[in-house]
Design a protein around this ligand. Structure first.
Ligand SMILES: [Cu+2]
Length: 702
């Protein structure tokens, strides 16, 4: 009897499989000129549009997706974000799936095992920022749990007219340009004006660079490719909004003129409905919200960037405009504001009713994780051994390097996983930015202290880890091979914040394969100035931890008349003349150890009066409290040099700097001056140098 039942079940399963409908799409990635922010830009589009098309399926269908690479010299890839699928279809180039070479295509084929709102995007280099993303909707077998008249997909994104490689370069050089552009630059006068002078110096004392909630200044924020768009709707209609944050580096606050948002699904999985007036949404997360059109009018649904620098809106319905409430901007000066926002919410519990939760809601709430509850138990197999690991997220704004457990992807890529275990990951964020951490190939249970019954812990694929706090997630390791785990802030990932969960089925020696030409590449940077008396600068190739370059200082405005005279007596009766142009050129390699230490080694060419011998040197730079940089070098001839340097930001664009140096061969030197930032690339500069006197000119960074 049992045998017959099993046979029958097997036959039934086979026949269902045979009947699985194949749903086919073609995604054609091409370079196209588009202008979402007004200015025509060469971007990457899928089937000519931004975002790419919505791929609609039914649970149980078989997806067959042809991805065509219409680019001339770049590989592309497509990752199906949030879907459980065979490893080779996951679409992370080299890690799981072969890349798609220029002019070639790849057909992805996988069964759709679960329903929900998901998305797809390129996992190659910085292509996601350039437009390679779109949405996926999978309708459940038995219909939606919560009925709506129809659904509408809202793909949120951020848009820059700059090439993303240029954005990355700007971040690598720790330029203040983006902060100036979006109005979050910090200065002493700004701090004094807003009453945060004490915090300003406390931060400097703690050796922390100015904090900001976002890295990049964007030209536009988009919903479905537009800053403003319209959805037709009738009063009383029930619309299921499927919201996807496909931005490269923007958290959004969502709110609506129609009142509190009714959240019915998170990361594709149904949750017990909760209400929230403002929803903070990290990159790569998805939420489904049920919206009932209250009456006639154009009701604004708004996504405000977390840094307050912009927004995107859709108007639902037609007629009189009903704006959504404004979300006030964060004061950039109080370093405690972001932390306070985090700590403020510790008292919130997951047991509040909607009414209580709405009454207690903060003006800038965290994601509503404590109140998210799965619709059925999500507990994992009881018999599976549980292993807990810690992952520490760190970064440095002065040097754009982002790490997990102190290492970048290329330094150490592997997190070993044993098949059949429950892996608990305690993710600690030691940095001052949010990180949306995404796990490929699995749903994890998000375990919140103080949340609802852990039996109903929500299933997610992406979790926001707020500054200076931690999240605990767990999942049943029932897969094989290698799966990416990374921060979904594109530039953080690119700067190293990624690992690969590597199953033990591949043997202990196995190392994940990586897209090495797109990981940790070198960027060329040139920073310098030319003034009437002298020129200084640094031209370098830079990656996460290394700078290889040329540093120069040259002077011609000799300020010490005594030095111009022939030296009396001189060595062996010779007289020396000051050269017309004095120079010191260092060919050097600098290596970043951590936010406080850098080491350096190089070779110095010089014709300076008292020190005209070319030498090799080694040294270090150490960041002291109040952001003083102390540099010490020793040269192969035994000379020692110590320097102390400091920059003070007076206004957003005006900074002053000072530098003192002691050299056993040349004695004391000092320099002080000011720089005024005109554009991203140029500034006006003036300085006094103890050797070359007073002068003024142009500063530049390219
Ligand atoms: Cu991050």
């Amino acid at each position: 009897m049992k045998f017959l039942t099993t046979l029958f079940a097997a036959l039934l399963a086979a026949s269902t499989l045979a009947r699985a409908e194949v749903v086919e799409y073609t995604l054609d990635v091409r370079e196209t000129t588009i202008s979402p922010a007004g200015k025509p830009v060469r971007a990457l589009t899928i089937n000519g549009g931004l975002p790419g098309p919505t791929l609609r399926f039914k649970e149980g269908d078989m997806a067959r997706i042809h991805v065509v690479n219409g680019l001339k010299n770049e590989e592309v890839s497509s990752h199906w974000h949030g879907l459980l699928l065979p490893n080779v279809e996951d679409g992370v180039p080299y890690v799981s799936t072969p890349p798609i070479f220029p002019g070639k295509s790849r057909t992805f084929e996988f069964p759709l095992k679960h329903a929900g709102t998901y998305w797809y995007h390129s996992h190659t280099g910085l292509q996601e920022q350039r437009g390679v993303y779109g949405s996926i909707v999978i309708e459940p077998k038995g219909g939606e749990r919560i009925k709506a008249d129809r659904d509408a997909v809202l793909v949120l994104s951020d848009w820059t007219n700059e090439n993303p490689q240029e954005v990355m370069r700007t971040l690598m050089r720790a330029s203040d340009w983006y902060a100036i552009k979006k109005g979050t630059a910090q200065s002493i006068s700004g701090a004094a004006k807003s009453g945060y002078l004490k915090d300003y110096f406390q931060r400097e004392k703690a050796r922390l660079p100015p904090m900001d909630v976002s890295d990049v200044a964007y030209d536009a924020f988009l919903i479905n490719g537009k800053p403003l768009s319209t959805i037709e709707a009738k009063p009383g209609e029930r619309i299921r909004l499927r919201i996807i944050n496909a931005a490269a580096s923007t958290y959004f606050y969502l709110n609506s003129a129609t009142g509190p948002l009714s959240i019915i699904a998170a990361d594709g999985m149904d949750v017990q409905p909760i209400k929230q007036s403002r929803l903070l949404m990290g990159m790569a997360e998805t939420y489904d919200v049920l919206l009932i059109v209250p009456g006639s009018g154009a009701w604004e649904f708004r996504a405000t960037s977390q840094d307050g620098s912009g927004k995107a809106s859709v108007l639902i319905g037609a007629g009189e405009q009903k704006p959504a409430p404004d979300i006030e901007r964060l004061n950039p000066y109080s370093m405690n504001v972001a932390l306070a926002a985090v700590l403020d919410q510790l008292d919130e519990t997951g047991h509040l009713s909607d009414k209580e939760a709405l009454a207690q809601e903060k003006p800038r709430p965290l994601p509503p994780y404590k109140r998210l509850k799965a619709v059925k138990p999500t507990t994992l197999p009881k018999a599976a051994p549980v292993r807990r690991i810690q992952l520490k997220l760190s970064g440095d704004m002065m040097r754009y390097i982002w790490t997990i457990n102190g290492t970048t992807l290329t330094e150490d890529s592997k997190i070993p996983v044993k098949k059949g275990e429950v892996l608990q990951m305690e993710i600690r964020n030691d940095s001052m930015m949010h990180h949306p951490m995404h796990l490929h190939g699995h749903f994890f249970r998000l375990l919140m202290d103080d949340g609802p019954d852990p039996k109903f812990a929500p299933l997610k694929h992406t979790v926001d880890v707020p500054p200076m706090s931690k999240r605990v997630i767990e999942f049943y390791a029932n897969e094989e091979k290698d799966w990416a785990f990374h921060c979904h802030l594109l530039y953080h990932m690119h700067a190293g914040m990624m690992k690969v969960l590597s199953y033990d089925d591949q043997g202990p020696e196995h190392q994940p394969s990586l897209d090495l030409k797109n990981e940790n590449p070198f960027y060329f940077l040139l920073d310098g100035n030319v003034q009437s008396q002298m020129s200084m600068g640094f031209a370098r190739f830079m990656n996460a931890r290394n700078d290889f370059g040329v540093m120069w200082k040259a002077g011609w405005g000799h300020d010490q008349p005594a030095m111009m005279e022939p030296m009396d007596g001189g060595m062996m009766g010779m007289t020396e003349k000051m050269p017309d142009v004095e120079y010191e050129i260092d060919l050097m390699w600098m290596r970043y150890i951590n936010p406080r230490w850098m080491t350096m080694a190089g070779y110095r060419f010089t014709n300076m009066m008292d020190d005209d011998e070319d030498t090799a040197f080694v040294g270090f730079t150490h960041r002291l409290p109040y952001m003083f940089d102390f540099t010490g070098t020793v040269e192969s001839n035994g000379d020692l040099r110590f320097g102390l340097a400091k920059t003070l930001q007076i206004t957003n664009r005006l900074s002053t700097f000072g530098r003192v140096e002691y050299d056993t061969a040349q004695d004391w030197m000092w320099m002080a001056g000011a720089n005024y930032t005109l554009t991203k690339n140029f500034g006006l500069m003036t300085s006094y140098d103890s050797d070359y006197g007073f002068g003024a000119g142009l500063s530049f960074r390219f």
